[in-house]
Design a protein around this ligand. Structure first.
Ligand code: PMP
Length: 461
């Protein structure tokens, strides 16, 4: 076939190295080609419409056709399409956005650094933690504790922080940083799967906090710099932490002078029913990373907020060295900042957080309605993010064998029903655009129910 007659799918398979895809199988399983979006829906090249139950990758909070964001981007492109923020340069949008983010921060923050992705934000946070400890004369305090099943991105440092095997295997990660490992992992707070028999949420939280304390003592508190956590773990399966978790963990961190980094890349900007997940979950971060819904995913942008303790030490050290040797070509990109500013304004004008709070009970009731289904072991959710977890044997809490690919099968059935969900192992994630209406939410759950009926039939009720 002549090259110009190739379909988009064929051209894509022949040329594009895909993210998070079985590359070997791609030629037999051509990609879904999405061509447009409207509201909470996206449309493929065959004209089929889908409810985007995941906001793309947890980001398109305002759906797929917000005209105000398009106009803000166009205006910015027309005014100042690019400028950088190195060497005492700035632009109007980045200064306005930094001011706005500091005003919205869940705890007092002093400065905002800008990057282009969640991974870069977390990578920057790691570097700031190291730089900070050098600045305050504690060069041995460099280890960062993260959690198994965590997702913090895919750059070398961000993937090292993450606790998912697929991001480590054959990439030689977590990276070794001589003379000893700097990325440590502790258990994740998944009460349903990992609590011991009869252990309450509070008792489970106490045990996990103790585990962190034991780890800090074993490593030597003088070597442990920071702890990083998503308020609600996203890609690890939408894990809402058990009662008391962050309160108990932070008491340990304070005892040993360990910085708290909140990875708000998914939770930031209303997802959990407050502007930040830190507010919902009671986290007082020293460093806060955010991205995704900062621009509703329309343009790449992320931010790292740091408190005064961290900023003043970093600033003083850069004074000694002559410069803070970190930043990206696109840090504070004027077009990205303008779209982000408009996004935050839309949240305010449309009272989107009130809307999330109003809709959250219906969302959770929808998830709960699956609790009695044959293959559903657990449901969980807060605000407008949640999951149901498929289990082969609910009573014995036995997962499906990995080769049954139950989660993938369920997601494929949902897709046929015109609903995009995310299979994370056998946890089925939902994270719809925040603009979803009550009627659209009912439609989403009707599609999910039809997918579950078909899954039941396939698996044998
Ligand atoms: N942190 C969290 C909590 C995330 O969910 C993600 C992406 N899903 C990242 C960081 C990485 O963001 P990015 O893909 O923009 O690098």
């Amino acid at each position: 076939m002549a090259k110009d007659l190739l379909s988009t799918g064929e051209k894509d398979v022949a040329t594009h190295l895909h993210s998070y895809t079985n590359l070997a199988a791609l030629p037999q399983t051509p990609p879904l080609v999405i061509v447009s979006g409207d509201g909470i829906h996206v449309v493929d090249d065959q004209g089929k419409r889908y409810v985007e139950g995941m906001s793309g990758l947890w980001c398109a909070s305002l759906g797929f056709s917000n005209k105000r964001l398009a106009a803000a981007g166009a205006k910015a492109l027309d005014t100042l399409p690019y400028y950088h923020t190195f060497n005492q340069r700035t632009n109007v949008a980045v200064a306005d956005l930094a001011e706005k983010l500091l005003a919205l921060a869940p705890v007092p923050m002093a400065r905002v650094f800008f990057a282009n992705s969640g991974s870069e934000a977390n990578d920057s946070a790691v570097k700031m933690v190291w730089y900070y400890h050098n600045a305050i004369g504690m060069p041995a305090k460099k280890k960062i504790i993260a959690r198994r099943n965590a997702y913090h991105g895919v750059t070398v440092a961000a993937a090292s922080l993450g606790g998912l095997d697929g991001n480590h295997r054959d990439f030689d990660l977590p990276i070794a940083t001589a003379p000893e490992a700097r990325f440590l992992h502790v258990d994740c707070p998944h009460h349903y799967r990992y609590a011991q028999d009869g252990e309450t949420e509070q008792d489970f939280s106490t045990r996990l906090a103790q585990q962190i304390e034991e780890r800090i003592l074993a490593e030597g508190p003088e070597t442990v710099a920071a702890f990083i956590a998503e308020p609600v773990m996203g890609a690890g399966g939408v894990l809402v932490p058990p009662a008391g978790y962050f309160e108990k963990v932070q008491a340990v961190l304070r005892k040993y002078d360990v910085l708290m980094i909140a990875d708000e890349v998914i939770c930031g900007f209303g997802r959990t029913g407050n502007m930040f997940g830190s507010t919902t979950l009671g986290i007082q971060p020293d460093i806060l990373c955010c991205a995704k819904a900062l621009s509703s995913g329309y343009v790449p942008i992320s931010a790292v907020m740091v408190n005064d303790k961290v900023h003043s030490a970093i600033a003083a050290n850069s004074g000694k060295l002559g410069s803070f040797g970190h930043g990206y070509t696109y840090s504070g990109h004027p077009v990205a900042c303008a779209v982000a500013l408009e996004t935050l304004q839309v949240y305010e004008d449309e009272k989107l957080i009130d809307h999330v709070q109003a809709l959250a009970p219906a969302f959770q009731a929808g998830l709960r309605s699956f609790a009695e289904r044959r293959w559903v072991g657990n449901w969980r959710g807060v605000g407008l993010i949640g999951a149901i977890e498929l289990m082969a044997d609910k009573a014995a809490r036995t997962p499906f064998a990995a080769d049954r690919k139950a989660g993938y099968r369920f997601a494929a059935l949902a897709l046929e029903e015109g609903l995009i969900v995310r299979a994370m192992g056998d946890s089925i994630g939902l994270c719809p655009p925040l603009i979803i209406t009550a009627a659209e939410l009912a439609d989403l759950f009707a599609r999910l129910t039809r997918a579950m009926d078909r899954f039941d039939a396939e698996m044998g009720v």
